[in-house]
Design a protein around this ligand. Sequence first.
Ligand SMILES: [Fe+2]
Length: 297
Amino acid sequence: MTIQIDLPETSTNKIIYSDECKDILNLSVAKIQEMFKSSGIILFRGFGITHELMQVFAEQFSSRLTRDDDKPLVEPNGFVSLVDIGMHEILPHRENGSSPFSPDAVWFCCTVPAAEGGETLFWDGIQVWQKLSEELRKLFISKKIKFVHKFPADKWKHFLGSDATISDAKRVLDGFNNVKYQIDQEESIYTEYICSAVLQTKYGNQNAFVNDIITGNSNLKGSVNLELESALTFEDGSLIPDAAIEEIEKVMYSLTQEIRWKPGDLVMIDNSRFLHGRRAFSDNRRRLFSLLSYLNF
Ligand SMILES: [Fe+2]
């Protein structure tokens, strides 16, 4: 089969369309890996992807699947989640970027697009970084950011597996040099996760502004609970200035790209390079599924 690649000059993303052969499992894994390394995002269109097929396809590229933190699973103890809870806008974020459990890749497939809205949005963190002012780049090179989180037992088991014990959790957390934690009597874990807002991309080691600053800032502002079960600051506890947030938003929203879903579409996103989000929608027939994984290449 031939692969038609649509590569608009202004866009870094690529689309693989099926032609006469509709079986996505016949595509060359090596070719897709190469393409993904350079583009960081690939949309597969016309292959009639279901959530089951998404998982089989993703397994070819993954050393380990993991699940979305707080979305309902399609099957108990599975990995694929349904992501249509709530129809609100979702701001740009790195998947699980406020914890040390961020996956390498985010996979989405759509069986029923919303009649209107519901587009998945994405931002190339390399472009965002290059477009930020010199002042802001210096700020985020010199200062790391800190996320404070409470993970109740049912939440951290999402990351570590439903059979994980508190000793397993301690062992995993002790393995991170950028995480401090405390455990309470109910086995909730309070973490302080310190990371840079600018990452080195998994492929190519380029600087990319990929983080949870926009969603973290929004959640914190909207919170009336000041017990700091969840917080975002610089490493030293100081707040990220509003002017910095405003500049980041302005730069990001000038670089927004979108996926206008068609039934059967699948997208594969490099979580070390791209942020993602979505537009609001009001169509309760929309069906979009997600899967997270660690890559094997
Ligand atoms: Fe997400």
